[in-house]
Design a protein around this ligand. Sequence first.
Ligand SMILES: Cc1ncc(COP(=O)(O)O)c(C=O)c1O
Length: 407
Amino acid sequence: MTTQVQAPGTTGGDEGTAGLPTLADFALDPEVRHLNHGSFGTVPRPVLDRLAALRAEMESNPDAWWRTLTGRIAAARAEVAAFLRTTPDALAFVPNASSGASTVLASLRFPRGARVLMTDHTYGAVAMGVRRVAALHGAVVDTVHVPLDASTEDIASLFARKLGSGAPVALVVVDQITSPTARLFPLPEIVAASHAAGARVLVDGAHAPGLLADPLGHASGADYWTGNLHKWTCGPRGTAALVAAEDVAQELVPLVNSWGAPNPYPHRFDEQGTQDVTGWLAVPGSLAFFAERGGWDAARARMERTVTAAQALLAEALGADLAGVSVHEAPAMRLIPLAATLATDPDRAAALQRRVAAELRCEVSITSWDGRGFLRLSAHVYNRPEEYEYLAERLPALFAAAEREAD
Ligand SMILES: Cc1ncc(COP(=O)(O)O)c(C=O)c1O
């Protein structure tokens, strides 16, 4: 393949059409190709400026700062709730999706012997929490194996079968968009089957804000939902939302005991000790930034176009067959299956990811799931086709060398 390769910091292609943000709008190192937005996100420059201004205000008079916080947090919460198409009374700020999931798990009292259901795509750190809390209550963790190519009907019947056999299921924990496998799970069917069996549902929507126009609509009446605002909505780190149904919301208390405790949900989450909440106050700026710079629909369409082309390009370069991964693909994150000897476990996947970063100066995600390795590509609005072309030219040789070493 012959490709015109541009330096990563230069602009090209249809950059800037519809006013969408470009790489220059972010503080990302232009010498690196950032093709893994999904892991940590990044913050637009105007929001970084706003964050710095808020921090300066906080440090200029901490007493005055803490006196004003309640109203300012409530205003920010209302803006995030409107973006997520819910009401401010349903939404609490939490530092991250891990914290949102942990808050829900800590609020539950599972009957001894009850089951907690998750899938084999559940985010590793959340799965660890589920196991720990279940063990505290003498509950049993059961796992639904969801094949990569399972159809909606397959997934619904896999859940229905698990829910209908064995001890009652108290809680189902399910990812909206999965991390190791970049699937968009069919939540309406999963939530309906779970509720029909009397189980509550916690949706881990870590990747959903920004990627889905209506993540809570898609979560379809789940009892609890948590999502990161620092990923695809490009909010500051430490910004995430927890949304609870009205009938269970008042059971939720923050993980940190503090002065807000006597307040009703969600207000009691506004005060969790002396913490830096500048991210919560600045995150509406990220939502507005994309709304004003071409709009969220255009941003999502751009991400989808970019990642779809990138996936096809990399699959061709690596000789990978996409047939098994083409069902329920996430928006803006795509898998390319690797050779059978690569990234066969998470440690090997992490080592290969480090090698790609060091040798190619490309940040990508290499995941390992069910003994198979995958290249997980992300595309945000600042990513350009030339970056994936650069990767496609160099990755086959790097992977071939890694395969030889694995023999
Ligand atoms: C599906 C899923 N859940 C939870 C998390 C945890 O997010 P955080 O580290 O912000 O808590 C992630 C992070 O990538 C994720 O992909």
